[in-house]
Design a protein around this ligand. Structure first.
Ligand code: SIN
Ligand code: CO
Length: 388
């Protein structure tokens, strides 16, 4: 079963959350004492050849202003090439494609699923790095294989000067405050906006970056306004009585009318509908997750056999909110599904656990409403039966 962590090595998650999360960086030695490689270098390279996979290759030849950034999909020739300078391959969203990486990501479910973004994996040769930069989200950098030196520096902002480079957002200045050499199983946590620079100390240096999400205020306000805008009819228009006001003036009353229109839409229900749909939108819409359709009698057969598990498909985003009088809305891959009371247990179990043993499934789908929900989710490819 997929279990969120209780400890990073010796440090409890409670202490981490109270003392470090969103506050200060920490290097945790042996955060994952039993870590085993999650993916082989050639498998990572193979993923970067796929059209739907987001990847980058950075070559550290010459001065940083000469460094070359190439976006995927890569070609076989990119890996057949002999380079006498260091290089890094970075592949985004590997948890969507590799079950072991998806399972590793579930260790981070001590935070709400909507806060989690993806796992990026980098492969670097000795001496390679992506340069000094900052990210606007929290990141957990876990050393998978090989060894990497991480230097952490000053707090940055949108006004921090950037080096002259057309493609890479590298910092012009970097003040090293601390430096750590990470071995497999060690982890560095960085809150948003902290400058950092990683350099591989060995070949086959694999770093797993667990990235978090934090929508900007601009994303929240712009996204919500767009969502509401799509629900409204063009027939709904501003009306106002004509009052005695100088023709050149926009009156306080005109402004109050605008506020009224906006305030009417600013309900918790609208916010929850928008946020649930937005935060579960597929990271990668091109992902092929189709499942062969199942009907009620096939489902009954699975229940009788009582083996295997039902899994939420790798890369599928799922969450729920409570609305009004105990009603639950399930959000999955951007779709909003209102659930009748008889289906809420199933929706919650899927969203909270991601994996349900078939032997525990019968009570969750005992009612026709919950069985119908199960079949809809299955036949969309959002959940699947795994008999391993
Ligand atoms: C890397 O894995 O090389 C870069 C990760 C990062 O700095 O965000
Ligand atoms: Co970074």
């Amino acid at each position: 079963m997929l279990q969120p962590l209780t400890h990073f090595g010796q440090l409890s998650i409670d202490t981490f959350v109270k003392e470090y999360w969103q506050q200060k960086p920490i290097c945790i030695r042996n955060a994952f004492p039993d870590i085993a490689p999650l993916i082989a270098a050639d498998e990572l390279a193979g993923l970067s050849l796929e059209a739907e996979v987001e990847s980058r290759l950075i070559e550290n030849q010459g001065d940083i202003t000469d460094w070359r950034l190439q976006h995927g999909p890569m070609q076989d020739a990119d890996f057949a090439k002999q380079r006498d300078y260091p290089w890094t391959l970075l592949v985004q969203g590997v948890d969507q494609y590799v079950p072991a990486v998806f399972d590793f990501a579930s260790k981070f479910r001590f935070m709400p699923a909507w806060r989690y973004d993806d796992i990026m994996i980098s492969y670097a040769t000795a001496g390679a790095g992506v340069g000094a930069h900052f990210d606007r989200y929290d990141v957990f950098l876990i050393q998978g294989e090989g060894c990497r030196r991480w230097e952490i520096g000053q707090a940055c902002s949108s006004t921090s000067p950037l080096a002259e480079h057309n493609d890479l957002s590298l910092l012009q200045d970097f003040e090293t405050i601390e430096s750590f050499d990470l071995e497999p199983g060690d982890m560095l946590y960085l809150p948003p906006l902290v400058a950092h620079r990683g350099v591989a100390l060995t070949d086959n240096c694999m770093t797993y970056s667990v990235g978090c999400r934090a929508p900007s205020f601009s994303d929240v306000i712009g996204g919500f306004a767009d969502y509401i805008g799509q629900q409204l009819s063009p027939d709904q228009r501003l009306r106002n009585s004509l009052e005695a006001q100088p023709p050149g003036e926009i009156s306080a009353n005109d402004i109050a009318n605008l506020r009224h229109i906006i305030a009417q839409q600013l309900t918790d229900e609208n916010l929850a509908q928008w946020f649930g749909s937005m935060s579960t939108e597929p990271k990668n819409p091109a992902l092929d997750i189709s499942e062969e359709a199942m009907d009620s009698s096939e489902l009954a057969n699975i229940l009788v056999d009582k083996y295997g598990v039902i899994r939420v498909s790798e890369g599928v985003r799922i969450a729920y909110t409570w609305q009004g009088e105990g009603g639950l809305t399930l959000f999955i891959q951007g779709a909003a599904i209102p659930c009748p009371p008889q289906a809420t247990e199933l929706a919650m179990a899927l969203a909270n656990k991601l994996v349900i043993a078939v032997e525990d499934l019968a009570p969750l789908i005992a009612h026709e409403a919950s069985e119908a929900l199960f079949l809809v989710l299955h036949n969309q490819g959002w959940i699947y039966f795994d008999d391993e």
